[in-house]
Design a protein around this ligand. Structure first.
Ligand code: P6P
Length: 338
């Protein structure tokens, strides 16, 4: 059970520990929470309000956009552009930076987000989510910041979180002081603190990877997965379980709840195409890495800490190996031995 602490109350109480806090950050987080409530309602209604299916367009990634990709992106923009907390936003669904319109005051934060991660699942009613990351706007923010303002390492994030639109809608949030989970009580329209101080077990016997890419994997990843599949009779001496939801938010949430390792690694096919991974650094890799590390887990490209990667573009991709610390470290060690 819970004591009824709302996410608004929790954020305000967190603010009290921050020297010189002005309430700006708290108000920004609450605007993000509002956007996630609106998206939850939209996703839950689905075909009842005609929001499923393809929008007939492509995003900057060359991926076919779902109607919900575009609609949820608009929800995030409308909820966060007006209050004067942000200098600009960047989204998976927008080619370029979205500067705060001149009619609104400009603030000191930058917001990156994937408004509906895993959206290919919406048409088949499988869990999807929203991922967001908050950075400080570097230098003078009165001017319209360009993409270069966003190109900060993940260690510079001041907050990160996600909403998971699953059997229940949950928000998971870190401001650098641990990870806390909130469940939406739709009857009162409030997120309630249900999972305080979330931590990831250091060990796991559950791995998540898209096995259809097996023929492209690099040797260290192949070695790790083969050892898991060998089970009790293999070098690990334990049987392993496998999951793949094709929705990063759902995978990360499962790992926060019971441990696990999630991998979308660099592979030979990506290298042949000159890409650095499948998932995007600024609004998938970095926010999820901050959450995982704050919960005691680890997040690596396989070769370096994700949050230390210096971004070179808004939509840069990154290999991702994250979750239970001891398993991530094992995969990293296999890369070192390779
Ligand atoms: P695949 C969703 O499109 C996403 O960005 C992540 O949420 C998810 O983990 C991954 O891509 C799924 O990729 O290749 O299995 O469709």
């Amino acid at each position: 059970m819970h004591n009824g602490t709302t996410i608004t109350q929790f954020i305000i109480e967190e603010q009290r520990h921050i020297e010189g806090a002005t309430g700006d950050f708290t108000s920004l987080l609450n605007d993000i929470v509002t956007a996630c409530k609106v998206i939850s309602n939209m996703v839950n209604k689905g075909e009842l309000i005609g929001v499923l299916g393809s929008a007939g367009s492509e995003n900057v990634q060359g991926e076919t956009q779902k109607k919900l990709d575009i609609l949820t992106n608009e929800v995030f923009i409308k909820s966060n552009e007006w209050a004067g907390h942000l200098a600009a936003m960047a989204s998976e669904e927008m080619d370029d930076v979205y500067p705060i319109p001149d009619k609104y005051p400009r603030g000191k934060y930058l917001l990156t987000f994937d408004p509906l991660d895993g959206s290919s699942n919406t048409d088949v009613n499988v869990s999807v989510g929203t991922i967001f990351s908050i950075l400080k706007c570097p230098g003078e923010c009165s001017a319209r910041p360009g993409a270069e303002g966003f190109l900060q390492a993940g260690t510079e994030q001041v907050a990160a979180g996600y909403a998971l639109y699953g059997p229940s809608t949950m928000m998971v949030l870190t401001t650098g002081n641990g990870v806390n989970g909130f469940t939406l009580d739709a009857d009162i329209g409030e997120f309630i603190l249900t999972n305080p101080n979330m931590t990831i077990p250091a060990d796991t016997r559950e791995f998540a990877i898209n096995a259809s890419n097996m023929r492209h994997w690099e040797a260290p990843v192949k070695r790790y997965v083969d050892e898991c599949l060998a089970g009790k009779t293999g070098p690990r001496g334990e049987d392993f379980n496998m999951r793949w939801v094709a929705s990063m938010v759902a995978e990360v949430h499962r790992i926060l709840m019971r441990g696990g390792i999630f991998m979308y690694p660099l592979d030979e096919k990506m290298k042949a195409k000159g890409t650095e991974g499948k998932l995007r650094l600024l609004y998938e890799g970095n926010p999820m890495s901050m959450i995982v590390e704050q919960a005691g887990g680890a997040a690596s490209t396989g070769r370096e800490r994700i949050m230390e990667v210096k971004p070179n573009g808004l939509h840069q991709r990154v290999p991702v190996v994250l979750g239970s610390k001891n398993e991530v470290e094992r995969v990293v060690s296999y890369h070192k031995e390779d």
